[in-house]
Design a binder for this molecule. Sequence first.
Ligand code: ATP
Ligand code: MG
Length: 665
Amino acid sequence: GLSVNDELIADLNPSQREAVLHTDGPAVVIAGPGSGKTKTLTKRAARLVQSGIAPERILLITFSRASAKEMLSRAKALDNRCQFISGGTFHATATKVINQNAHVFGADKPFTILDPEDVTEIVKRIIAPLKEGDKRNWPRASTIAKIISFAANTKLPIEEAIERKNADYLEFVDEISQTRDLFTTYKLDKGLLDYDDCLIYFAALLEDPTIGPLVRRNWSHIMVDEYQDTNALQLDIVYGLAGEQQNVLIVGDPGQSIYGFRGSAPDTMVGFIKRFPQTRVIKLETNYRSAQEIVDIVNAIDADMEIGFERTLRSNQGPSKSKPEVREVADNVAEAGAIADAIIEDKNEGGEVSNHAVLVRSMSYARRIEAEFISRQIPYRVVGGIRIDEAAHIKDLLSIARVSVNPEHEPAWLRLIQRYPRIGPKSADQIVEQLSKVTDTAEAKRILAKEEAARKTSFDGLGYALSALASSAPPADLLGNVAAIMDPFWETVWKDDWADRRKDIDAVLLIAAEHHTLDDFLTAITLDHSLEKKAAEASQKTDEKPVTISTVHGAKGLEWPTVHCPSFIRGHMPSNYAQSPEDFGEEMRIFYVAVSRAMKNLFFYKPAYDASGSFTTPSDYERLIAPYVSFERLVNQSIPVAGGAVKTNARIDMRSKLLGHVPHN
Ligand code: ATP
Ligand code: MG
């Protein structure tokens, strides 16, 4: 019969087998969507374990924490020992190693991780004095932060980064460089790391002639999924991890490179091959995910993109029952209705709603659909789009925890101080209402004193909350105590929807329960925003597995039997954001990722009118896919709002038109 290893590869095609059986030295699997790259990577991990490599010594770098978990649970099903494989994102791996070795950087406690919002806050404070008296039109703090980050990730000088990101601001090259230096000093002084520093410090550890070999000793085999989304800094890390053995296997698809804003580009896989000239290149050409009709579209887009790797995918799934469709609808309301109809129809025929995904380029296009799902009671989860202000209560809880582990975390203090003594518009209205009724000043004084006392109580609460954290109890208990103390105050801050928000807090406590220390928990939740999404998910009460609403970015590597692409119009696909030829290249790859998530059914929706009632313009990709789709006009109950304002000086006199004459007064 088959040996253990043979069984592992029995269902693979020859190229996939080659990748799984590859043992030592650098290798790259470069292939289109659905060709089994991730499956192959998982099997190779299992195969290394079966061949006697200690699972901890295998490092599996993935695009999100969720994908690491998913791959490890699949590997575990193949071989139980695989659960001990080291895995995670670049950032999580980096932070773990940096904090295990904080002493190397002269730090006496673990570094605290800053999220991008905190970075912008600090940059804002750094540039304030530089801007003073300067009459020029300064870039915003968030723009400066993005330029500094782009330069770090691409390893470009500031000047070139500005040129590539926002050439209008070239005159600020000195100021931005100065800001970067001040920001760097600031973080060094306070034991803070932003996302980019995680990579920079990790690369520095690996490059050091004494420390590098000691860090590398932890792992014997490195694997990276979704390599096309890495940047120059991450290539340094991969190179640093590889050491002399160079046991690195990466997989990716240049056609799916969609993180240009973080400094990745389709040619990053070529960059790998250049850095590791001995690389064995393996290509996969069979698509196991999608029906032939969908693969036809994937190939058509691919051919148009000219990413420099000749390839044509063949589906092994055969034809599907349904041809991909462009569904013409009146407007966003009709579109949302049509998507809900399709899901419910499928459900009535015995299908599962979780077989459906709605993929959007930007989350603002999903609001109408969410509302429709709520009113039609279709369970759904949203991936990749929770707005930070919607999660303000979560951030408040985290800020309290952050200042307790690192009192030098100024953005967290700032957030707390600004929130707590604040009189929001609602309380202001209430106070004003009370004050407007007073008959003498003594009474007004009493009201104001009471108000001050109430606000002082909230500060006291904060004080109690901080002392509640000064203990070594498990993080879930600590945060639970904080939440209990803050609860009455938060309830007054979010009067309208506190019951819902409270559920999010409970979900955060569940996540905290997965960690042993407050530090670990904070690092994990700061690095992986999907934890916030998970919080939102866990707060949904239903047993039915939900429909997924996701950004295309959040749908990376995933697949669903039915994919709905709403607002297949110019402005959304491709996005309005796209300006440069590079941007348009990236939009096309985003479209490519969206289409290639579908297994059986693929539906595009094309509203005739937008939200303002103006005619929409067809997507730039419509002609490309037209030969492979059928166009259907959906009749929907909702009445289209046609037209939009006309630009003319002509006037219509309705009075004379309707009355037949202008009446004399
Ligand atoms: P993407 O580029 O979108 O990340 P991928 O190349 O990583 O895609 P996988 O997700 O690994 O592709 O595989 C796509 C689907 O095809 C999965 O459902 C997987 O289980 C299936 N598959 C892959 N290879 C085979 C095979 N040899 N036999 C049967 N099914 C396979
Ligand atoms: Mg994959």
